[in-house]
Ligand binder design. Structure first.
Ligand SMILES: Cc1cc2nc3c(=O)[nH]c(=O)nc-3n(C[C@H](O)[C@H](O)[C@H](O)COP(=O)(O)OP(=O)(O)OC[C@H]3O[C@@H](n4cnc5c(N)ncnc54)[C@H](O)[C@@H]3O)c2cc1C
Length: 365
């Protein structure tokens, strides 16, 4: 049996695109995506924040790949003229009992190798943003924002230029091991490949189970509101993290508008997760959360009103941890020779995308 590809990557989100681009420099790679375009799911529905790596336990894949990915991503964005801004970030303690957590995050950041990080006092917070009220804050200079759509356009173009072959609008329905190769069956055809990489985001567990590797992924929705009032905040503002997620934070968009969110709400798995905006769907941002968002934001900025909040969008994280459970790391591993699984690629998956691609390439050597 002849192979059609050296490698098939399933899923063209920012992670699948990064892997496909990286591997297409050396191998004949097929990239299969069920939607009509790449990057229509979680990868285009996130905060577009380039994280520094302070939040993840030292030694975890998330910590390593985030810190490494942060550096690789800035290099790539600069080299390819893609819109980004190294804004920096303040994680602000507003209550005395949060100061300890700021100190813990600082220490963890240092241990994770995060550059340009320090604790600042009330006065210096004011020098960054006069409107922000806080006792002290953790400043990380390597945090920033990017335009993820331009990043994905660039990765896709480079992949195609390297001779990569994309099958869009082509859902993978089965995989089996046959004659020492993998037979990947889609709604449109059948392909033999030596290696198969599962980067299917919210559906990675479905793909994985076809080869007998079972995982449980939980879907955690995050809603966003924008703030219609003009408030000049040029830096990212985060609260001290709550148990799930990083808390409702403020991100300046490139158009100057402030975005607030996301929260964390575990939801039922409903297909499709990202329906057309016009459809009446439970996955729309939930207007009833307005007051909750307002209360969170008011801790930092006192001069906004509830009616300044406008529902914007949402994204869904593929999480390995159940509601209430503690930290779970990315799973990126070769389950059996030639089958690489990426499971639970929630945040900081975007920041880590290029480092994940490098990590996957090393698994193949
Ligand atoms: C609300 C929110 C905020 C976030 N904020 C940040 C942030 O600021 N910074 C950061 O670093 N990370 C952030 N993340 C995480 C980041 O968005 C993800 O880690 C990243 O987008 C994952 O990319 P992916 O390619 O793995 O998944 P996806 O983008 O979900 O791509 C998977 C692809 O696989 C395809 N697929 C699935 N099943 C099949 C099949 N059977 N056949 C063919 N194709 C299939 C899907 O259609 C999809 O296009 C956030 C996530 C959310 C939800």
């Amino acid at each position: 049996m002849e192979k059609d590809f050296d490698i098939i990557v399933i899923g063209a989100g920012v992670v699948g695109l990064s892997i496909a681009y990286k591997l297409s420099k050396k191998y004949l790679v097929g990239l299969i995506e069920k939607n009509k375009r790449y990057g229509l799911e979680t990868s285009s529905r996130n905060s577009e924040v380039i994280h520094s790596g302070i939040h993840y336990p030292t030694g975890s894949l998330k910590a390593k790949l985030c810190v490494q990915g942060n550096e690789l991503l800035y290099e790539f964005l600069k080299e390819n003229n893609i819109l980004y801004k190294k804004t920096g970030k303040l994680t602000v303690a507003v209550e005395e009992n949060e100061v300890k957590e700021i100190e813990r995050l600082y220490k963890q950041g240092i241990e994770n190798g995060v550059p340009d990080i320090r604790i600042i006092e009330k006065n210096e917070i004011k020098s960054f943003v006069p409107e922000i009220e806080g006792i002290c804050a953790l400043y990380t200079g390597s945090t920033g924002i990017l335009n993820v759509h331009y990043l994905m356009d660039c990765l896709y173009e480079k992949f195609i230029n390297n001779g990569g072959i994309a099958g869009l609008d082509e859902k993978v329905i089965n995989i089996e091991r046959k004659n020492g190769l993998y037979l990947i069956e889609t709604e449109k055809g059948k392909y033999y490949s030596e290696v198969v990489i599962n980067s299917a985001g919210l559906y990675a567990e479905e793909i994985s189970s076809k080869l007998g590797f079972n995982y449980n992924i939980y879907w955690a929705k995050g809603d966003y509101f924008t703030i219609s009032k003009k408030v000049n905040i040029p830096i990212l503002i985060y609260p001290v993290p709550m148990q799930e997620g990083l808390g409702i934070h403020l991100t300046p968009r490139f158009d100057g508008i402030l975005r607030a969110g996301p929260d964390v709400e575990y939801v039922q798995k409903v297909y499709p997760p990202y329906p057309n905006e016009k459809e009446n769907s439970i996955f729309k941002p939930d207007e009833n959360k307005k007051n909750f968002f307002y209360q969170q934001i008011k801790k930092f900025i006192h001069n906004i009103e509830i009616d300044d909040l406008v529902p914007e969008s949402y994204g869904i994280r593929p999480k390995l941890q159940k509601k209430g459970e503690n930290f779970k790391d990315f799973i990126i591993k070769e389950e059996i020779p030639g089958f690489i699984n990426l499971i639970g690629i929630d945040s900081p998956g975007l920041t880590s995308c290029l480092a994940i691609a490098k990590y996957v390439e090393n698994l193949l050597i």
